[in-house]
Ligand binder design. Structure first.
Ligand code: C2E
Ligand code: CA
Ligand code: CA
Ligand code: CA
Length: 274
């Protein structure tokens, strides 16, 4: 009825159950944000391609609900975007990552930014104020945005990104190759690095076409003065290929899964000894 007259709908219990679950999840997520309980940050190392040294981490949102159990970000991030909760959630993750990574002076911290956050009129000032309050050096922060997010952003959002870059914050083009007009984005929008998506990395040693694309993207990235990062590296063969192709940084299960801050501290302590 909400959609007007002269329509009919096939009632599906499954669809309905999905809707109920989504509503339930949104409520629970809002509660978690209010109480600060159940939400957390995991950190996946980024390593230097040449020697495997950990030079940074990507902060990844984690949510454990008492009733729903642990929910994947692939599920709750789109939900949070739908209802606007991504704005406080994104800020929560950014603050927590800055606080927890503050003592590791030589690690850079990459934080994922949703297109919904980018549209906020005070996006840049929110970030700059947060960094100032936490006394986190802007040059240690990298924001990961997808090409689609940047492409769909208006002039004001683009100006905010450029303002952030003037303050030393770096911008990475996330999931590179999965969106539209990647090449024009590299030319027009000033970014500092590109992250070649896992869907390419995965097949780099199996499909000649994929191998050619990755080599070309890496080459192009370097010519434009960008850092080229490969994500989702799972095997030694993939690593060797990516090093040959000229990727400067690597990330993936081969090096480490996303870790709690305690596990990250342990990993850094053991790799420092060798
Ligand atoms: P992403 O930004 O592309 O992050 C990389 C995802 O790939 C992570 O999944 C990571 O755990 C996974 N991954 C890393 N290495 C490997 C590998 O070698 N093999 C495989 N199969 N997977 C690997 P995760 O943590 O489930 O996050 C999924 C997505 O959710 C992220 O994709 C990102 O788009 C989004 N997300 C996570 N946290 C946040 C956040 O705080 N804010 C926003 N806006 N989005 C977030
Ligand atoms: Ca990312
Ligand atoms: Ca990615
Ligand atoms: Ca991805």
């Amino acid at each position: 009825k909400r959609m007007g007259k002269n329509r009919y709908c096939i009632y599906s219990e499954l669809l309905d159950a999905g809707w109920v679950r989504k509503r339930k999840m949104k409520k629970a997520l809002a509660m978690a944000l209010l109480s600060g309980q159940g939400l957390d940050c995991a950190y996946q190392p980024l390593v230097l391609a040449q020697d495997g040294k950990i030079i940074g981490v990507e902060a990844l949102a984690r949510w454990e609900d008492p009733e729903l159990g642990s929910v994947s970000p692939v599920q709750f991030i789109p939900l949070a975007e739908e209802c606007g909760l991504i704005v406080p959630l994104g800020k929560f993750i950014l603050r927590r990552a800055c606080q927890e990574m503050l003592p590791w002076h030589d690690l850079s911290v990459s934080v994922n930014i949703s297109p919904v956050q980018l549209c906020e009129s005070d996006f840049a000032s929110m970030i700059l104020q947060l960094l100032a309050k936490e006394e986190f050096p802007p040059h240690r922060l990298e924001l990961e945005l997808t090409e689609t997010a940047i492409m769909n952003s208006d002039t004001h959002s683009k100006e905010q990104l450029s303002l952030l870059r003037q303050h030393g914050i770096r911008i990475a083009l996330d999931d590179f190759g999965t969106g539209y007009s990647s090449l024009s984005l590299l030319k027009d929008i000033m970014v500092d690095s590109v992250k070649i998506d896992r869907s390419f990395v995965q097949f780099v040693t199996q499909l000649e076409g994929t191998a050619a694309i990755v080599t070309a993207v890496s080459c192009l990235g370097h010519q434009l003065g960008l850092q080229v990062i490969a994500e989702g590296v799972e095997t030694g063969e993939q690593r060797d290929f990516l090093i040959d192709a000229g990727c400067s940084q690597l990330q993936g299960y081969l090096f480490s899964r996303p870790l709690t801050k305690e596990k990250l501290a342990q990993l850094i302590a053991t790799t420092d000894k060798d």
